[in-house]
Ligand binder design. Sequence first.
Ligand SMILES: Nc1nc2c(ncn2[C@H]2C[C@H](O)[C@@H](COP(=O)(O)OP(=O)(O)OP(=O)(O)O)O2)c(=O)[nH]1
Length: 385
Amino acid sequence: MRAAYASDPAQSRGREFPLEAALARGPRSQFQRDRDRIVHSIAFRRLRHKTQVFVAPDGDHYRVRLTHSLEVAQIGRVIARALGLDEDLTEALCLAHDIGHPPFGHAGEDALNAALERHGGFDHNAQSLRILMRIESPYCEHDGLNLSWEVLEGLAKHNGPVGMVNWALAELDAAYPLDLTTWPSLEAQVAAIADDIAYDNHDIDDGLRAGFLELDELLTLDSVADQWRAIERKFPAAPQDRRLRELVRSQIGWMVNDVIAETNARAQGMDCADDVRAAGQATCVFSTGLAAHERRLKRFMYDRLYHHPQQLQTAERARAVTAELFAAYAQDPALMEGGWVSRLPSDEPHRSRHIADYIAGMTDRFAIASHAAIYGRTPEGLRNV
Ligand SMILES: Nc1nc2c(ncn2[C@H]2C[C@H](O)[C@@H](COP(=O)(O)OP(=O)(O)OP(=O)(O)O)O2)c(=O)[nH]1
C-alpha cells in the first residue's frame, strides 16, 4: 500500500520540457517512464565497462558500475516496497545514480577535477545530471532525457541537501530549479542508503575474491565475527566459499531490515512527500548501533581494500592516463571522435568542460584504447585482477 509520504507520479512536478498530452496518458506512470528512459540510455549501457573498485577487471565475476547499479536497484526496491514508497522512482534513482562516473572510478574523477581546477572542478554526481539533462540526447525536440523533476532532484541530492553547489549543478538548477537546499524524497534517500548497503557488502565479496582481503582480518570487526560464528554453528560442514556467500547475504539482510525499521519509526506522522523534504534531517537511516558498525566497516574497507598499496598504484596510473588524455585533447581537439570536435566551444571554461565531458563519458576500455592510439603504446599498470 502506498504510504502518505511516498512520491506520487500523478502529482509529479513535471518535466523541463512538457510531454505531449498523448504520451502523458500512456499505460506507464511518469516514474516508470523515467526508469525506462534510463535503462534504454547509452550512458547506462556504458556502466558495464566502468570501474567500481577494480579497473577493467579481467575476471568476469567482479562488480562493475552496471552490476553495482542493478544490485542497488534490487536492494532499493525491497526497502521501497516495505515502506510503501514508489518503487519505480526508487528504481530509476538507483539505476541512474552512478551514470556520471568517469572511467577509472574515483581516480578518473580526481584527475578530471584537477584538470578543471581553474574551471570549477568535476563532480560525478553533478555529471550524472549533466549527462541526463544535456549530453545524452535521443530526442529530436530537446537535449537530454527530459526526466521527471523528482528523478533529477533525487540525483542532485544523492548525498542530502547540497551545500557547495558545483558549477554544473548550478547551471542546470538555474535552468530547471531543483530545490537544492532541502532533503530529497524518501525514494531518493532509499536509493542512497541502498548504494551503501550494496557496495559495503559486494566489495567484501570482491575483495576476498581478489585476495586483497582475508577472512581473518574481516573477523576483527565484532558484528561480522558474530554473524560468522552463527553461520559456522548453522552450517558446520559447509564449504568455506558457501559460508562466505552466507556471510554477505546475512549482512545485507541485517542492514535492510534495520533501515526499514528505523525509517518506519522516523516517518511516523509525515503526511506527504514534502514533509520528508522539510524534515531538516535524514529520514531514511540506519539505527545508531548499525550506523556505528557501518562506519567501522567502511574505515576497514578504505584501509584494507580501496587504499591497498596495489590499488593506490593502479589509481596513480589511472590518474596519469586520464590527465594525459585531457592534455592531448586540449592540445589537439581533432583527436576527439564523432561530433565532439565540431561542437567544441572556443572560449574557456566551456572548452575545457567540453573535453572533460568527452573523457567522462568514456568506459575504462575506451579510455585505455584512446590513450594507446594517441601515445602509441598500451598504458601499463592499470589492471590488477
Ligand atoms: N579502488 C577504489 N575504489 C574506491 C575508492 N573510493 C571508493 N571506492 C569504491 C568503493 C565503492 O564500491 C564505491 C563508492 O564510491 P561511490 O562514488 O559509488 O560512492 P561515494 O559514497 O564515494 O560517493 P556518492 O555516494 O556517489 O556521492 O567506489 C578508492 O579510492 N579506490
